[in-house]
Design a protein around this ligand. Structure first.
Ligand SMILES: [Zn+2]
Length: 321
């Protein structure tokens, strides 16, 4: 289940003046000193062209050639899912540092916007094709690149966008089945509801409110935007407009500007209005009513039955394209 996830790691502050390539080479220096260095003991860099952008994939020492090939297919698949949702890859150029770890599966990821877009992800040396296909971490990190840097109080918006758009983009790319998408959201979103002591999204930096509260904000905004436009425009088109206006992770904007630019792209103010409602106030969302209107009947096991006779079923279908 792609959404039954452990708490993702906290996005750390990037050390000032970090020279990534220098770090990569430093990591390799030990291997180079060896008289009989193997191929997997050296860093390898591949540049992938994706929808007009360039992703420089940097393999830290420790990947063998078959694993690198598998990982490059995963990077391409993930980047193309993001580019398909956003109309293009969010930044013209990004670096992706892949670091090997023991075991199977994709480990933690982190994204940095400045000074140059960089994503770092840990990859298990025994990760097979199925585990690469199931991964959500890389798409989540790449979605971060589409949102300008925000003040700490709105970290929930960055993580919410990455959490929500990741699962929609992967569904649209055929990597997640629609019942699993909606069942996963129905399972995860209740963790984003306000609890005792909540003071609104801008003032409640818990894990649940940051990731799932942010994702709930995005779903509510998407549904409202589609409702106001008879399904024609939603969060996808708003984020495409944000990107076209120069809004991505390589710049830092106040939240009001991010939301206003995204709203303006589709001639609405739904994001700005929803933010005003939720930023300082612990609003419970009637998710049961939302699922009923969207025609989603969660099965309690991560899946869902989908009905097309529900009042907002056409909006549900428009969200996944
Ligand atoms: Zn994240």
């Amino acid at each position: 289940m792609n959404l039954l996830r452990d708490p993702p790691s906290v996005q750390p502050v990037r050390p000032a003046g970090l020279r990534r390539r220098a770090l990569l080479l430093l990591a390799a220096a030990g291997a180079w000193r060896g008289a009989r260095a193997q191929a997997e003991d050296e860093p390898v860099v591949h540049t992938l062209p994706i929808a007009g952008s360039q992703i420089e994939v940097q393999f830290a020492p420790g990947f063998d050639a078959p694993l690198r090939d598998e990982a490059l297919r995963w990077v391409r698949r993930s980047a193309e899912a993001v580019a398909a949702y956003l109309g293009r890859f969010p930044v013209p150029r990004a670096e992706l540092l892949l670091v090997p770890i023991d075991g199977a599966g994709i480990g933690s990821g982190v994204s940095y916007g400045e000074p140059d877009p960089l994503v770092r992800v840990r990859v298990g040396r025994r990760t097979d094709t199925t585990r690469f296909l199931d991964d959500w971490v890389l798409v989540h990190e790449m979605v971060h690149l589409a949102i300008p840097g925000l003040p700490r109080a709105q970290r929930w918006l960055h993580e919410g966008m990455a959490t929500y758009v990741e699962t929609i983009a992967r569904t649209r790319a055929g990597l997640v089945a629609e019942p699993a998408l909606w069942g996963g959201l129905a399972h995860g979103l209740p963790q984003g509801q306000p609890r005792d002591g909540d003071r609104g999204l801008d003032h409640t930096p818990t894990w649940g409110r940051t990731y799932w509260g942010g994702a709930m904000f995005c779903l509510l905004a998407d549904v409202e935007m589609r409702r106001r436009s008879a399904g024609r425009a939603g969060l996808q088109q708003a984020l495409q407009g944000l990107g076209a206006a120069g809004g991505n992770y390589s710049v830092r904007w106040p939240v009001e500007r991010v939301l206003a630019v995204a709203d303006a792209a589709i001639g609405q103010a739904a994001l700005t209005e929803l933010y005003a409602l939720m930023k300082d106030c612990p609003r419970q969302v009637d998710l049961d009513a939302l699922w009923r209107d969207l025609g989603v009947s969660p099965d309690g096991d991560g899946g869902a039955t989908l009905r097309d006779d529900a009042p907002l079923a056409s909006i549900r279908r428009a969200i996944v394209g």
